[in-house]
Design a protein around this ligand. Structure first.
Ligand SMILES: N[C@@H](CCC(=O)N[C@@H](CS)C(=O)NCC(=O)O)C(=O)O
Length: 257
């Protein structure tokens, strides 16, 4: 059995894997897990999965023990966590060195960004997306300008750090060539763009970096991977599984309290 990747391209880490695998000609079977339909949600455990409810594509934890996307299955081997999966693919398929350089210090700089981004770029970008796109669907009310300003400001703080501390004046995060750090950064930065906050507009340095990253992996591939998220502004509540809406409601209310 060949390599399987369980993905939904609305998810940032899934897009990173998809683009990485495609741009490096890594053969894989695309297993689509529809997040908005709550497929991942059916974990086989109450109260999330009432008795008799269908099991999701992730097979109640058999493919990803954490029941999230992305997930990898390679024969009988399974793996969770996008960064671990990216590294597994880079090593197994011996992708070009620049993605995860053998040079000790260059590699450490990739690791530095990958370690930082989780609660910073990813955390704040996801929060803006959930607040701007999903919260109004849950409450049926437009978002208050104060709330929007608050989450946007949190994101702006980490964007400034990204630009000034990580990117500086280099073409890519680790110098002259694209690495996993750039790819992971790009997919995360596109999430707020999908929510209607075009953060590149007033940041020419980031906009130029974005073009370089897209050029390096292929503009068409990037466009294809981001098509869904760039239409996310048009999401309506009826497209989202009710249990998922309920979950997000709790999550967002907790975050904003
Ligand atoms: N740290 C994980 C994050 C995975 C993750 O949060 N996936 C989301 C989609 S972006 C998901 O499956 N959410 C469903 C859930 O939280 O149960 C990774 O990088 O793979």
């Amino acid at each position: 059995m060949g390599l399987e990747l369980y993905l939904d391209l609305l998810s940032q880490p899934c897009r990173a894997l998809y683009i990485f695998a495609r741009t490096n000609n890594i053969p894989f079977e695309f297993k689509h897990v529809e997040l908005m339909k709550g497929e991942w949600w059916r974990r086989g455990e109450p109260p999330r999965n009432p008795p008799g409810a269908p099991r999701g594509v992730l097979g109640a934890g058999k493919v990803n023990m954490l029941m999230k996307v992305p997930a990898l299955k390679d024969g009988s081997f399974t793996l969770a966590e996008s960064i671990a999966i990216l590294l597994y693919l880079a090593r197994k398929f011996k992708t070009p060195d620049h993605w995860y350089p053998a040079d000790l210090q260059k590699r450490a700089k990739v690791d530095e960004y990958l370690s930082w981004q989780h609660v910073n770029i990813r955390g704040k970008g996801s929060k803006l997306f959930l607040t701007k796109v999903l919260l109004p669907l849950l409450t049926g009310q437009p978002l208050s300008p104060e709330k929007l300003e608050g989450v946007t400001e949190e994101l702006n703080v980490v964007l400034k750090q990204f630009e000034e501390k990580f990117l500086q004046d280099k073409p890519f995060i680790v110098g002259n060539e694209i690495s996993l750090a750039d790819l992971v950064a790009l997919v995360e930065l596109m999430q707020p763009v999908g929510a209607g906050y075009n953060l590149f507009e007033e940041r020419p340095k980031l906009a130029e970096w974005r073009s370089r990253v897209e050029e390096a992996v292929g503009k068409q591939l990037c466009q294809e991977a981001h098509e869904g998220i760039l239409n996310a502004k048009n999401l309506t509540a009826d497209k989202i599984a009710p249990e998922l809406l309920e979950h997000f409601k709790h999550q967002l209310l907790k975050q904003s309290s």
